[in-house]
Write a protein that binds this ligand. Structure first.
Ligand code: 1HN
Length: 368
């Protein structure tokens, strides 16, 4: 096959010189709610995926006190939930942190809880600090610890809180709100009162996260994982074990996806999540691919080079990699591993046949 020419002067690309007659023609079309395709064709048919988001890093040490301050300024009753959301410089119009993904940092004090609600947007949480935090998803109350990952899928009733006697909890929320809003398909409902607890405490993780076993009499007809929480106490040893027998990817180190234990597929229909381990001093190769990614450093310190710029991160820092932007990761410790949690829209990208990937031609990027 011929190599593609990225050049808008080639035959097959729009290259119409405007004339007074054409201008008048365009105006007439515009007045009728129409237009000439060749005036926009090259913009709406990019040669390669064209992200509108920019790479960004949000330092936890800059934001933490402002997150905590929100708990002095407003109550959960007033605010619904106290969240500092992270917004991409180029995606303010849709409240996205990258692509069509939203993220925020939520704080809950001991004894507080939010009201139960549900929406068509799916949500996930990654626990950053605190003790005694819990979430209730469709009547399942689940206790949360630091670095646990928990899902509240599309249309599940959910509420969160921190037990009396616990410690103020902070977690990262991730939602596909911008995507679901772009599809004009979102909705929102508030539960009247507290959700009745329908299952024993921690029913979902205690039923579905053991040794690959599934209860023989289980009934599950939902399009998302019946396992709502992925506990760091299991995830980290699993990563360490995998790292002993797998070289991992040259681009990502030892990268593992959180999966629906019934299908082996992503945890939800629109958002997936992953945890990756970079071995001491590991510096991955650069690649780019479609899909938008939001990372949180769960352990260690290092940096990522994203679009030719260096972003230094340590535990709890959050950063994003937009679609089709070259990125590579570095673990700065020569003795400790570093772990990066991420969530992304790969379930959407993959199921629509939109995934593509390209290795950096020189292996690694030059830092600007
Ligand atoms: C939501 O339901 C939560 O349940 C957090 O804690 C953040 C941001 C936008 C819309 C819904 C939550 C949210 C959200």
């Amino acid at each position: 096959m011929e190599e593609t020419k990225y050049d808008d002067t080639v035959y097959g690309r729009a290259r119409v010189q405007t004339t007074p007659e054409l201008e008048a023609y365009y105006k007439e079309l515009e007045s009728l709610g129409a237009g000439a395709l060749w005036t926009v064709a090259n913009d709406i048919e990019p040669w390669e995926p064209k992200p509108s988001s920019v790479p960004m890093l949000w330092k936890y040490e800059d934001l933490r006190h402002l997150v905590l301050k929100s708990s002095e300024l407003v109550t959960p009753e007033q605010a619904g939930r106290r969240v500092v959301y992270l917004v991409n410089d180029k995606r303010r119009d849709v409240s996205a942190a990258v692509g069509w993904l939203y993220t925020g940092i939520q704080v809950t004090r001991p004894g507080e809880s939010t009201s139960a609600h549900r929406h068509k947007a799916s949500a996930l949480r990654f626990i950053m600090e605190g003790e005694g935090g819990y979430t209730v998803v469709d009547g399942n109350k689940i206790m949360l610890e630091v670095n646990d990952f928990v899902i509240t899928p599309n249309s599940t009733w959910h509420e969160h809180g921190v037990e009396e006697g616990g410690k103020t909890c902070i977690w990262q929320d991730g939602l596909d709100i911008p995507l679901v809003n772009a599809l004009e398909a979102n909705d929102y409902a508030v539960f009247d009162g507290k959700q009745p607890l329908e299952k024993p405490l921690n029913f979902s993780p205690m039923s579905y996260s053991g040794a690959g076993l599934i209860p023989a009499d289980h009934v599950w007809d939902k399009p998302y994982s019946p396992l709502f929480k992925y506990s760091w106490k299991q995830v980290y040893p699993a990563l360490q074990q995998a790292a002993q027998v797998n070289e991992g990817s040259p681009y990502d180190g030892v990268l593992m996806h959180y999966t629906n234990p019934l299908t082996g597929g992503h945890v939800m229909q629109t958002m997936g999540a992953s945890m990756q381990m970079l071995r001491p001093s590991e510096h991955t190769l650069a690649h780019k691919h479609t899909g938008s990614f939001i990372y949180q450093c769960a352990k260690g310190k290092g940096y990522s080079i994203i679009g030719g710029k260096r972003y230094d991160w340590k535990e709890r820092d959050i950063f994003c990699v937009p679609s089709w932007v070259y990125h590579e990761h570095v673990n700065l410790s020569d003795t400790e591993d570093a772990c990066l949690f991420s969530f992304h829209d790969l379930p959407v990208i993959e199921s629509l046949g939109l995934y593509q990937e390209k290795a950096h031609p020189e292996g690694r990027q030059k830092v600007e």
